[in-house]
Design a protein around this ligand. Structure first.
Ligand SMILES: Nc1ncnc2c1ncn2[C@@H]1O[C@H](COP(=O)(O)OP(=O)(O)O)[C@@H](O)[C@H]1O
Ligand SMILES: [Mg+2]
Length: 270
């Protein structure tokens, strides 16, 4: 198994007491597989994946295990040293966030930021790294990539910025791509383009995908399996088709009821 998460718990100490954000999450991810994590806002989706990468807020306490394949018996991510996590992050597990501005440095040109990743994780040097960075931007279909590579993040639209994030995430050829609501902030048409791009990138690189969303429609198009989270716990899990055909949990049924039908029975016309 590429990633094996067992009994993951995330608690936050707050002035009003302890918030139990993730309460015993288990899941496995095989190489190349795509897993959707769905659930409404506040159900613990983001904290679950941030915990894997050691990116939780300072008031968090984590327990459980998240084992990434490799080396002798794998690498335990929970409680791992900063240096270990930094090597995993970007190089083996890359994250795409809802708001790319949180991950991009506003003061650096895009080409510089992508080249930096290539230098750090793939050992490329200056000129080669920059050339590769431009290729990566071309791969996510940024028009006129050689020129736009010199842009600063704010010079891109939201959709273009998300393309830049995908290019950056793919730059070190990660085994796992974690996308946390990657299209939530975008217009519907742009959302579809970004999702296509993600699918294409996965097909090309063979990366596994953990896709977090509150939108079951998105998961249906991208994932093989899914987890449904509610209040920090998994309430349903399984293959996409099975869950869509026969959801077991009321909560899943309610989420499904909120998905606009893509293919209305009878061939349309409502
Ligand atoms: N730093 C923090 N301190 C206290 N509570 C937090 C903190 N970060 C997140 N939470 C809480 O953890 C819960 C799960 O959050 P999150 O995983 O971000 O939800 P989502 O499913 O929308 O991604 C929420 O109730 C949220 O308010
Ligand atoms: Mg979230």
């Amino acid at each position: 198994m590429l990633l094996d998460v067992r009994d993951l718990q995330v608690r936050f100490d707050t002035p009003d007491g302890v918030v139990e954000a993730v309460r015993g999450l288990d899941f496995e991810l095989a190489g190349g597989e795509s897993l959707g994590i769905v659930g409404e806002s506040g159900s613990g989706k983001s904290q679950s994946v941030l915990a894997l990468l050691g990116l939780l807020a300072a008031n968090a306490r984590v327990s459980g295990s998240a084992r990434l394949a490799g080396g002798d018996g794998g690498i335990e991510l929970i409680g791992a040293r900063r240096r270990v996590l930094e090597r995993v992050r970007g190089a083996r597990i890359a994250m795409i966030f809802q708001d790319p501005m949180t991950a991009l440095n506003p003061h650096l040109r895009i080409v510089t930021q992508i080249a930096e990743v290539l230098v750090r994780h793939r050992g490329l040097r200056g000129r080669a790294a920059r050339a590769r960075a431009i290729e990566m931007l071309e791969a996510v279909r940024i028009p006129d990539a050689a020129r736009r590579a010199r842009y600063f993040p704010h010079q891109f639209s939201g959709g273009m910025r998300q393309r830049v994030m995908i290019a950056m995430a793919l730059a070190c050829e990660p085994e796992i791509l974690v996308a946390d609501e990657p299209t939530t902030a975008l217009d519907v048409t742009v959302q579809a383009e970004i999702l296509d791009l993600l699918a294409e990138a996965r097909a090309r690189t063979g990366a596994a995908l953990v896709l977090i969303t509150h939108d079951l429609g998105v998961v249906a198009g991208q994932c093989e399996r899914m987890l449904v989270m509610r209040e920090g716990e998994v309430v349903e899990r399984g293959g996409i088709e099975g869950i869509f055909a026969a959801p077991e949990h009321d909560y899943t049924r309610a989420l499904l009821a909120a998905v606009p039908r893509l293919d209305p029975p009878g061939g349309g016309g409502s």
